[in-house]
Write a protein that binds this ligand. Structure first.
Ligand SMILES: C[S@@+](CC[C@H](N)C(=O)[O-])C[C@H]1O[C@@H](n2cnc3c(N)ncnc32)[C@H](O)[C@@H]1O
Length: 304
């Protein structure tokens, strides 16, 4: 049995005391698959990629997101527990990727906990001292509550295209007496340009642009016009993965099959050539789930 340790987060060094406390509180353990188990997983993924019909992302999925977040909304209204905000897709498969390879989690809530640890590290690195922060495609808003643990004073805006998500976020803000968390309806496919971002704001997305496929140029236009200080996208980024590595290659194929974000970094690079943006960093976290390594990071800013 192995333990999740500080070394798994070394890309975010130096780690804060807060982070180390969370790491020790969560106390996560996992097992490394045997060669036979690993081969069986690879086989399942290849079978899936070859045979299964699957839902693809796009505008047609809005109703599904609406219904999904409505389930969380109803649960929160009933229980008044913040746990109700955790998306139901977490912990679905008892397999994760760590350092880009499979692991078998030992505890039940491993996935949301390891994702939370990565978020704490990301928030601490980029958003600890920011004053106005936007999350686009914020879902139930649960990420913002983790950000709030790290940054007590920032104004936090959750932009999300579903009514249920926005309603839930505003309900939770009210429940927590947090006047500086606000949910606003916003469609990344068709940004409402009359909604202006506050000055000196920063932005992140977490597994949200993934839903745009190739359809991200209007979203980028909106960002460029609003000139935030910087943006951190934590998303499936095909450009960060190496198609000569089997797991990474299968992950890229899965992105394609689900119509996830495609060639986003490539597009940012072309904007960089036109001197419209500056890319500060692009890297893998190695974190993922059964089918994908879905959490790579690109940090960039509009050139003002
Ligand atoms: C995988 S979920 C991630 C939600 C949240 N960021 C999180 O980490 O829990 C994808 C989110 O993107 C939202 N989304 C998809 N397409 C969108 C669009 N065009 N505009 C705004 N949000 C969108 C969905 O409603 C959902 O909340």
């Amino acid at each position: 049995m192995e333990k999740i340790e500080a070394k798994h987060f070394k890309i975010f060094n130096p780690l804060s005391k807060f982070f180390k406390r969370k790491l020790s509180d969560f106390s996560l353990s996992y097992k490394i698959p045997t060669k036979k188990e690993r081969d069986a997983l690879l086989n399942e993924i290849i079978e899936f990629l070859n045979n299964e019909n699957t839902t693809v992302s796009g505008k047609h999925r809005k109703k599904q997101w609406e219904n999904g977040w409505n389930e969380n909304l109803l649960e929160f209204q009933k229980t008044k527990e913040l746990e109700a905000l955790i998306p139901k897709y977490f912990n679905k498969f008892k397999i994760q990727r760590l350092n880009g390879d499979f692991i078998f989690p030992v505890e039940n809530n491993f996935e949301i906990k390891i994702v939370s640890l990565f978020q704490y590290a990301i928030f601490n690195k980029y958003f600890k001292n920011e004053k106005v922060i936007y999350e686009f495609g914020a879902g139930t808003g649960h990420n913002l509550l983790r950000l709030r643990e790290i940054n007590k004073n920032a104004k936090l805006y959750a932009f999300e295209w579903t009514n249920s998500g926005v309603k839930l976020i505003n309900l939770v803000a009210n429940f927590l007496n947090d006047n500086y968390i606000k949910g606003i309806k916003f469609d990344n496919f068709n940004p409402e340009f009359s909604i202006k971002l506050e000055k000196n704001s920063s932005i992140y997305t977490f597994a949200a642009l993934e839903q745009l496929g190739n359809n991200f140029t209007k979203f980028l236009d909106y960002i460029l016009i609003n000139k935030p200080k910087f943006i951190v996208n934590v998303e499936p980024l095909n450009e960060t993965l190496d198609n000569k590595d089997l797991l990474q290659n299968l992950s890229i194929k899965y992105f394609k099959k689900r119509n996830y974000l495609n060639n986003y970094v490539l597009h940012l690079k072309s904007l960089e050539k036109q001197k419209k943006v500056k890319i500060m960093d692009t890297y893998r976290t190695g974190l993922g789930s059964k089918y994908i390594e879905g959490y790579s990071i690109v940090v960039w800013k509009p050139v003002i």
